[in-house]
Design a protein around this ligand. Structure first.
Ligand SMILES: Nc1ncnc2c1ncn2[C@@H]1O[C@H](COP(=O)(O)OP(=O)(O)O)[C@@H](O)[C@H]1O
Ligand SMILES: [Mg+2]
Length: 502
């Protein structure tokens, strides 16, 4: 076992994690050595062959990974089949190992694989070319610490998806891929700069997400204020709706006249309108003439919400995103066209809208709810970088992921395959995480992050997640026979992700 000359230099027979072939009555087993022990305490004593005594022995523990049945030329899961005591064990050559790598995928039939985007790390330096269905058909999540190479891996994979004319919808919260693809390859939108949306298309829950309403009462005030602004738009007034001193019945009647189609309003007026909602009914008397009066308590309570909204509005891109300006692209129209056109991809840069969590979460929710509602779409990969940005709000109990979770559950049937990246898998809802069948695991440092992906890894892989270099990935999937250890080949597209030097 110490004689290494006979073997390839990548092969260390005196260590663990070597592969062996076991010739058994069931067929050929491929096994992995996970423990290597000697019977003497001091193993140096045993290095001299001549000194070997009859009762000295090595103990190698083998884990059977897969089985090539007698009538097959591919490895399959070993199932309940197991080894016999007198079976002969051989060291697996590189050729046997490559055959195993070729058997790892059991999905997709004779589907053409994607061009290779990585090389194997251990044992073989073969290229990794996977079928698109292996990678995407149970949704992919890429986890890893900052700077571990998640975005680089994503670009390497998206490059293969797009250059083979498959469809992708890319949401980029930092703008780092803005120059990665040419205008001929992909339609590019920058929200708030060349792309706008009709505020009427945004649901009340989405407004609540956007402004991160803290409580039900804040949500109610926001809803009331938006209804008032819709009424003003409907009657063609360009001011907010003042309520102090106005007749209560009349106002109620006016607001009730706002129909399902009167959705448009002027977002600019929202802070003032919320201020104007700080009214209450006076005590009932016998005049039957009730007018709203100013309510100091409500005004104080609304102040926080007004501040938050006013702050969001200091970002001019934010206002132009909701301006519904007809000279700009309309987000949902472009997405609609993308969904129903074969072979095209769409890139959406959200970085100009500001770093606030609310806006990103709302945009994702809006797009998710929109695409899940469409029928007869062409299948596509829905890529969201740094999905933790859209995670649960710090301020509210509400989940941002409603739309995304729905996509994860129901999207597969329509051909929508998620590809998410995040630093901490705990940042996404457990329901969403539970839908993920394929994980690309980069270096993870913190115990609680490792614990979150633990169930996808064996002991050997768990020990190695802290030691992975930039670009090294453990690929674990329900569509694979065994975890793959791969190094992603950086693709030569432009990516703006350099950390500046101090
Ligand atoms: N496979 C790789 N090969 C070479 N360099 C890589 C690879 N993956 C990442 N890097 C380098 O590591 C740095 C961080 O990568 P990045 O993808 O931005 O990490 P993350 O998105 O996880 O924060 C970049 O400078 C990138 O060039
Ligand atoms: Mg990144």
């Amino acid at each position: 076992m110490t004689d290494r000359l006979k073997f390839n230099s990548s092969f260390l027979p005196n260590t663990i994690n070597n592969y062996v072939i076991v010739d058994s009555t069931e067929g050929l087993f491929l096994g992995e050595i996970f423990e290597n022990k000697a019977s003497r305490k001091n193993i140096f004593e045993m290095s001299v062959i001549a000194d070997e005594k009859s009762n000295d022995y090595y103990e190698l523990s083998i884990d059977t990974i897969s089985l090539m049945a007698k009538d097959s030329d591919k490895f399959h899961l070993a199932g309940f089949k197991t080894l016999g005591l007198t079976d002969k064990v051989y060291l697996a050559t590189d050729a046997a190992y490559k055959l195993f790598l070729n058997s790892l995928e059991f999905m997709g039939g004779d589907e053409e694989p994607l061009p290779p985007f990585a090389t194997f790390i251990n044992k073989s330096t073969a290229k990794v070319s996977l079928k698109a269905s292996t990678l995407f058909n149970r949704h992919v999540m890429c986890v890893g610490a900052t700077n571990s190479g998640k975005s680089t891996t994503a670009l390497a994979i998206l490059d293969k998806v797009i250059s083979t004319k498959r469809k992708a919808l890319i949401i980029d919260p930092t703008g780092e891929y803005r120059d990665a693809f040419s205008d001929e390859e992909i339609t590019k939108l920058t929200l708030g700069v060349d792309t706008t949306i009709n505020p009427g298309k945004v649901s009340m829950q989405q407004w609540e997400k956007l402004f991160e309403t803290k409580s039900n009462s804040e949500g109610a005030v926001l809803a009331e204020a938006i209804t008032s602004l819709r009424y003003m738009k409907k009657i063609g007034e360009d001011t907010f709706y003042a309520k102090v001193g106005e007749d209560i019945d009349e106002i109620q009647e006016n607001l009730a006249s706002v129909g399902r189609n009167d959705l448009d309003f002027n977002l600019n007026l929202l802070p003032e309108q919320i201020q104007a909602e700080s009214v209450s009914e006076p005590d009932r008397d016998n005049n039957y003439n009730f007018k709203y009066r100013y309510d100091m308590l409500k005004a104080n309570a609304n102040n926080n919400l007004i501040q938050k909204i006013a702050y969001q509005m200091t970002n001019t891109r934010f206002l132009s995103f909701f301006s519904n300006d007809p000279s700009m692209y309309n987000l949902l129209d472009v997405i609609d066209e993308f969904l129903h056109t074969p072979d095209v991809s769409l890139y959406i840069d959200t970085s100009e809208l500001g770093a606030a969590e609310g806006i990103g979460g709302m945009v994702i929710d809006l797009i998710s709810s929109f695409v899940i509602g469409e029928d007869d779409i062409y299948p596509f990969v829905f890529f969201i970088d740094e999905v933790h940005r859209y995670a649960k709000s710090k301020y509210s109990e509400k989940e941002f992921h409603g739309g995304l979770t729905l996509l994860a559950r129901e999207g597969r049937k329509k051909g929508i395959f998620l590809y998410l990246t995040t630093q901490n898998p705990k940042d996404v809802s457990p329901v969403l995480f539970g839908q993920i069948g394929t994980l690309l695991i980069h270096r993870l440092m913190l115990n609680d992050e490792i614990r979150a992906v633990e169930s996808h890894l064996d002991d050997y892989a768990i020990k190695h997640v802290r030691k992975l270099n930039q670009g090294e990935v453990i690929l674990s999937s329900v569509n694979l026979l065994h975890n793959m250890f791969i190094h992603v080949d950086k693709c030569d597209r432009i990516q703006h992700n350099m950390t500046p030097h101090l």
